[in-house]
Design a protein around this ligand. Structure first.
Ligand code: 13P
Length: 263
């Protein structure tokens, strides 16, 4: 089954108002004419307004605007009320955000987010009609101990066992081995493909149809030099890009590589 690739930029804790405006405008120029790949950016939520305004301004091509969707790096499970510092699904929708990253390893590690809590976020996003981008992946120690599949299965099961396989209809999974994030040491295409095939197979145990349509991105040191080879793999449906998403030319090379590989 043909799946439309998705390349998403996770800007993490980077940027400013001026940086956001400039990068979005440059991305619009660089991505002009791309039709075969979905593209999303997740700036810090502080700058969603700047990103939305820059996407909607008509100085550049209006067509390009339509291919760059907005996203967020996190969301809370609550919709409103006394939850200091949190951001709700409704607030994200207010800015036109669509793809919402949850379960990133940096949040699992630095904010002690559990599989169960992340599953609740997944449910909140489905409830709000937003697209969860569920990050999963093993640490270096787990990888060396041969636990990659067990870790990924456990992280998926938190959603599968509470919401069912249908929750993955229209959702996105990002396989991001922790040892590859920000290290310059990407998984090889063959390594990533093996885990992606395992992930799809794990969903298929519940529903083949859901498994066939779910987008599985690879993330971890994806750059303009290694993206094309990663995208040759049948179960790699795009990328979740950190560092290289902060530079429009590099990000555009990655998007165009996905478009070409999956044409
Ligand atoms: P890098 O591309 O900087 O390795 O980050 C990957 C990532 O964590 C995307 O969510």
């Amino acid at each position: 089954m043909a799946r439309r690739p998705l390349v998403m930029g996770n800007w993490k804790l980077n940027g400013s108002k001026a940086f956001t405006k400039a990068l979005v405008e440059e991305l619009k120029r660089e991505l002009d004419g791309v039709t075969g790949c979905d593209v999303a950016i997740a700036p810090p939520v502080m700058y969603l307004a700047e990103a939305e305004a820059a996407l909607n301004s008509c100085e550049c091509s209006c067509q390009t605007k339509q291919i760059i969707a907005l996203g967020s790096q996190n969301v809370d499970v609550n919709v409103s009320g006394a939850f200091t510092g949190d951001i709700s699904t409704e607030m994200l929708k207010d800015f036109g955000a669509k793809y919402i990253i949850i379960g990133h390893s940096e949040r699992r590690t630095y904010h002690k987010e559990s599989d169960e809590f992340i599953a609740k976020k997944f449910a909140a996003l489905k409830q709000a009609d937003l697209v969860p981008v569920l990050c999963i992946g093993e640490t270096e120690a787990e990888n060396e101990a041969g636990q990659t599949e067990a870790v990924c299965a456990k992280q998926l099961d938190a959603v599968l066992n509470t919401l069912g396989a249908d929750a993955f209809n229209g959702a996105v999974i990002a396989y991001e081995p922790v040892w590859a994030i920000g290290t310059g040491k990407s998984a090889t295409p063959a390594q990533a493909q093996a885990v992606h095939a395992f992930i799809r197979g794990h969903i298929a145990k519940h529903s083949q149809a859901v498994a066939d349509q779910v987008i599985i991105q690879y993330g971890g040191s994806v750059n303009d030099a290694n993206a094309a080879e990663l995208f040759t793999q049948p179960d790699i449906d795009g990328a979740l890009v950190g560092g290289a998403s902060l530079k429009a030319p590099a990000f555009a090379v990655i998007v165009k590589a996905a478009e070409k590989a999956k044409a």
